[in-house]
Design a protein around this ligand. Sequence first.
Ligand code: UT7
Length: 335
Amino acid sequence: MKQSKIVGIGHFVPENVVTNDELSELMDTNDAWITERTGIKERRHIVKGDGNSTSTMGTKAARMAIKNAGLTPDDIDFIVFATLSPDYYFPGPGVQVQEQLGIKEIGALDVRNQCSGFVYGLSVADQFIKTGMYKNILVIGSEVHSAGLDMTTRGRGVSVIFGDGAGAVVMQATDEKDKGILSTHLHSEGKHAEELALISPGTLDWVDKFIERNDPEDTRYYPYMNGNFVFKHAIVRFSEVIMEALQTNGYQPSDIDLLVPHQANLRISQMVQKQFQLPDSSVYNNIQKYGNTTAASIPIALSEAWQEGKVKEGDLICLAAFGSGFTWASALIRW
Ligand code: UT7
């Protein structure tokens, strides 16, 4: 059976930096609160008319990943696109990337697993490669949060956290043993679906009702998050799913060379780091610069870690995510 390995990584973030101080001009918040509770100092937001959208940023990240893999877009034979913020309600952005890359009519699959979306996408690509169906798969995570946040004091518990950006990898089939993706682990617990969700519009609350009700007091069209509740579950699930990946492959936490956690909150990453007694050099965080970019956070972080020389041949890399659904997931990789 083939193994799959990551042969190229890329990312793209919009130029426009939004600092905590700038947010405090829009709502009752401040740099001290945001820094202390989340570690975030700034995030990127697209600007209307700058050409950036979930699909176009995904395409830019994909181009970089393809280039870094030493391939051309025509070498790609399948696209997996993870996002919670597609350009359109449908179709999903996978097909837009196929068009924007100008490639042949390959399959494009959209993944809807929010913060765990990239790891879910990686797992899907891994299975397609293992079965021999595809050779080079593009896995993309991209989000535009800034277009849908409640930028008033009412929405501050959510809107200060999220940012825009995209990341991508190229996964390739290999005959090398014990290399590449060692295992992936996917979970969900739908009873908590509404603890971190955007309820409307949807087919249970369709557009005519949504428009009728469209007054400033109606919060259903903004993302809702029960922050404390989500935080507590995140700590537990991150730890569980990292342990699951290690145990499946006969490793200990101390064997991890680099943990790249979904960038949900610096406090969450630090608590997980402490629990597994990992040194600072073994955990990669960049939430300080970008906020939480949901499906894009892991590939952006992995791309920056790789650029900084922190992802080396032979390293044991663990990716772990938790988010809306709830969903959580991990992947263990021998680089
Ligand atoms: O990526 C998907 C998964 N997401 C996560 O894992 C995120 C999990 N949750 C969190 O990261 C944290 O719960 C938050 C960062 C969202 C919130 O931090 P917290 O320490 O749980 O704060 P809190 O919600 O308990 O709020 C504490 C206080 C409240 O005021 P009172 O009721 O104590 O007077 C909030 O109203 O802070 C207030 N507050 C703010 N104050 C200034 C909430 N948001 C803000 C804000 N600026 N932006």
